[in-house]
Write a protein that binds this ligand. Sequence first.
Ligand SMILES: C[S@@+](CC[C@H](N)C(=O)[O-])C[C@H]1O[C@@H](n2cnc3c(N)ncnc32)[C@H](O)[C@@H]1O
Length: 234
Amino acid sequence: MIKQESCTSDLKPPSLDIVEMLGGHHSRRELWATFLNTQRTRVMAEIGVWKGDFAADVLKDAPLIETYFMVDPWANLPEWNKPFNVSQQIFDDIYREMDAKTAFAAHKRRILRGCTKEVVAGIPNESLDFAYIDGDHTLRGITIDLIKIWPKIRSGGFIGGDDFTTTPWQHDVKFEPTLVCPFSIYFAEAMDMPIAALEHGQFLIQKNKNASFSFRDTTALYGDLSLNKLPPSC
Ligand SMILES: C[S@@+](CC[C@H](N)C(=O)[O-])C[C@H]1O[C@@H](n2cnc3c(N)ncnc32)[C@H](O)[C@@H]1O
């Protein structure tokens, strides 16, 4: 049974108060622009960059960002059974597209080309105000991404992410299920940190000393986290 948002004692740091400001946006772009500018985010990472659309939006919308780590192999991965796993030739085109779209912020970019586990050492420990996880959404992928990025987040910093879907069957059943939800909730529970489900399929975890776990569902969509829902074709 997941504990929904609980009261905080005076000894505990504020529990994700920022989520009060993150409702009612028309898009994920607007939501994260509000977040990043309110937090005055300066150093961030994106895991899973693809064509650079999100990166370009963020770099335009949040001018205080000084350093933007981009983590992505831009490579066909034999073990990644997801629709974004295109051929190497297409990935090379996609890399060039990302490069062109974010060239206006070349002085802020730090491109780390490789899977999270291979390149995460290129991000200094406790240096990130924010990491946005949008890479491999399988159970393997979200497990590795959250565990490997955690030491890179400074105290008081945040992890956000995409595809916090209400069902694992986001894509056709021939693909691996998407398990960002509920794994991220169980990760936050293990680390004693608050997590929130946000609109547009987004989530947010805050890293703080002396925090405690809570799950705040701002959408009322995540009442049933059980995995025994049947795939849509059954
Ligand atoms: C959904 S796309 C990212 C979309 C992008 N964040 C956006 O909003 O424009 C997923 C990306 O994750 C990358 N990816 C897959 N496995 C990865 C891994 N193990 N580590 C880092 N990135 C990975 C893929 O190469 C792909 O570009």
